[in-house]
Design a protein around this ligand. Structure first.
Ligand SMILES: Nc1ncnc2c1ncn2[C@@H]1O[C@H](COP(=O)(O)OP(=O)(O)OP(=O)(O)O)[C@@H](O)[C@H]1O
Length: 260
């Protein structure tokens, strides 16, 4: 198995605060990971390392076989698809949905975006269809509901055919119907053997799509547990990560949790 992510003793210090430490972790190309942890655990910080936006203060971080610090991150980043609230804020509200998706191929390569390649347009249409938002292709991004925006962002993240897909809280801000519909779509993606390796960040076990293979629980910048989903997502590990007595239930591939 090829390691898509290979972190060894990663530590990250910012403004004098240690945000991550002792992070040793491998993600293989067939893996679908979920990273769970309370507010402030370091999940987004970890995603920023995986996106090539932050370098570890100590330790070694290899992404797609390249070592951070020794590789041109501008060549690496197109190989990594990212969705996050911070990125969504940068999408112009007046941009047509089709352009939001197709422009990903141009933004990352620096090509001029007025002349889209027909093959790129075709791929954008296919992705919009896969994410079930093809009927919105002519609308502007700003007119979409939160759930529709999340889907368009995922289509955009997949546009460059990345080898690693990072989804930072993709269901945040959605109502229960929107969440369930998105989890269904992410379940299809997770179970697609041609989909890239993925890492999904969430606070909520209810948002874990069917098909996720591995979990990491983070707390105060450290790994509480990491490994195959069913070995890792246990009452004891959740209780430790969230400092609260928790009991998990699992049914039909979906998870719930409650305090006991
Ligand atoms: N530039 C920075 N300088 C100092 N501390 C920071 C910086 N950026 C983030 N932090 C702190 O690092 C910790 C981890 O933040 P991070 O956003 O990675 O957590 P998170 O697990 O994603 O949290 P949430 O679930 O609330 O989104 C937090 O305590 C945050 O305040």
């Amino acid at each position: 198995m090829v390691a898509v992510v290979d972190l060894a003793d990663v530590k990250l210090v910012r403004n004098g605060s240690t945000l991550l430490q002792d992070i040793t972790w491998q993600v293989s190309e067939a893996d679908r990971w979920v990273v769970i942890g309370p507010n402030g655990a370091g999940k987004t910080t970890l995603m920023q390392i995986l996106a090539g936006h932050l370098h570890p203060t100590a330790g070694r971080a290899e992404l797609l076989g390249e070592t951070l610090g020794r590789v041109d991150v501008f060549e690496l980043r197109p190989r990594i698809g990212v969705t996050s609230a911070a990125l969504a804020e940068r999408i112009p509200r007046g941009e047509a949905v089709r352009d939001v998706v197709v422009s990903a191929a141009y933004a990352v390569t620096g090509r001029w975006r007025e002349h889209y390649d027909p093959m790129d347009m075709e791929r954008a249409e296919e992705l919009l269809e896969q994410l079930r938002v093809d009927h919105l292709a002519d609308r502007t991004f700003g007119t979409l509901s939160e759930g529709e925006r999340k889907r368009v962002q995922i289509a955009r993240a997949l546009m460059t055919d990345p080898e690693l897909l990072l989804l930072d809280e993709p269901a945040a801000g959605l109502d229960v119907a929107g969440r369930e519909a998105l989890v269904q779509t992410l379940s299809e993606l997770s179970q697609d053997p041609y989909a890239p390796a993925s890492v999904l960040v969430t606070h909520h076990v209810e948002e874990i799509p069917v098909g996720v293979t591995h979990a990491m629980l983070l707390k105060q910048g450290r790994v509480v547990a990491a490994g195959p989903l069913f070995e890792t997502l246990t009452d004891a590990n959740m209780t430790e990560a969230f400092d609260l007595d928790l009991a998990l239930s699992h049914s039909d591939g979906r998870w719930t949790v409650r305090a006991v």
